[in-house]
Write a protein that binds this ligand. Structure first.
Ligand code: NAD
Ligand code: MG
Length: 295
């Protein structure tokens, strides 16, 4: 605690081995395994007694948020695809070790009925819902727009933006005054890569969604913000998110010359969910290693 580090070298800054997994990928099979704060995040009761739902909470950035929330005293439900059950079990163990309740809710957010019911099931099993983190996403690279299939376009838009709308609609039955919504967007919303066109379009849609919802939710005493990560070492990137040739130097073009680790985003998710952020709504937080997130 309080230790000062050079950000260039604080986490892994070498080259990554090429490694390929089928979508959605399993984090425990990565080399090196991302740091989601299992040991490194230390909590201090900033979210005592809160109830949180984090989509895609089995791995990567969602897992870092879920673990940090539990270590800050929240009970946490996570959603994930059934194929990710082993990652989810690891998260459950960390949440329970922190002395909090863990609720596992596997299912596919391409299914509207599942997406809607997920919110009510989380609220029922947690005994309420104070924090909603819309974080699950599909990212599959495609270098040629001619080859972008309608199936991929539909899946990416359904999970990355439609499910956000469906889940927020349902969550408004539960979120109390003081509740918080955090949406994971991306630097791709502002600086899209040619090979991520469908993904980038959904990420800029999420920014518009957050900004559009700010006014509506403010009237109910609920805040909504977005986190906009740059390159973060997660399984999404090796499970079709990037071509293999981009993996070894992933993140090294940033001013901080390395990929981020999911735990480096955890404090921002905690801040945005907590009462310390009582005057923070309608904002987009860049955590990019240095690339600006302006339009
Ligand atoms: P990740 O693969 O660890 O997490 C994404 C999660 O989305 C998966 O764990 C999975 O549970 C969930 N998901 C995917 N398809 C789903 C479906 N059909 N139904 C239900 N759940 C589904 O990767 P991550 O990088 O931690 O991604 C989390 C968020 O961060 C995403 O919104 C992503 O766009 C965003 N992001 C990541 C990076 C990065 O470099 N890793 C950069 C910018 C933004
Ligand atoms: Mg996962």
């Amino acid at each position: 605690m309080g230790e000062m580090n050079n950000p260039l070298y604080k986490y892994y800054d070498g080259k990554f081995e090429k490694q390929k997994q089928p979508y959605p990928g399993v984090q425990s099979e990565m080399h090196p395994i991302p740091d989601c704060g299992e040991e490194s995040y230390v909590g201090s009761e900033k979210l005592k007694n809160r109830k949180a739902l984090v989509t895609g909470g089995d791995s990567g950035i969602g897992r870092a948020a879920a673990i940090a929330y539990a270590k800050e005293g929240a009970d946490v439900a996570i959603s994930y695809l059934p194929d990710e059950g082993s990652d989810a079990q690891e998260v459950k163990a960390v949440i329970e070790k922190a002395g909090q309740k863990a609720v596992l809710l596997p299912g596919d957010l391409r299914d509207e009925r599942f997406a809607r019911e997920l919110v009510h099931e989380a609220a029922e099993k947690l005994g309420g819902l104070d924090i909603l983190v819309l974080n699950a996403a599909i990212q599959q690279f495609e270098k040629d727009i001619k080859n972008l299939s309608t199936e991929q376009l539909t899946d990416t838009f359904t999970v990355n933006i439609f499910s956000n709308v469906w889940m927020l609609q349902e969550a408004l039955d539960h979120l109390p005054e003081g509740g918080s919504v955090v949406v994971t967007t991306s630097v791709q919303a502002f600086q899209p890569s040619g090979h991520l066109s469908d993904y980038a379009m959904t990420k800029s849609s999420q920014v518009a969604f957050v900004l559009a919802m700010t006014q509506q939710l403010a009237e109910k005493g609920i805040r909504i913000n977005a986190v906009s990560p740059g390159p973060v070492w997660t399984v999404l990137q090796v499970a079709g998110g990037q071509p293999q040739e981009s993996i070894p130097e992933f993140g090294q073009k940033e001013p901080l010359k390395r990929a981020g680790q999911p735990v480096e985003l955890a404090d921002t998710y905690v801040l945005l969910a907590s009462d310390s952020a009582s005057y923070i709504t309608g904002q987009v937080y860049g955590i990019t290693g240095g690339t600006p997130i302006n339009h």
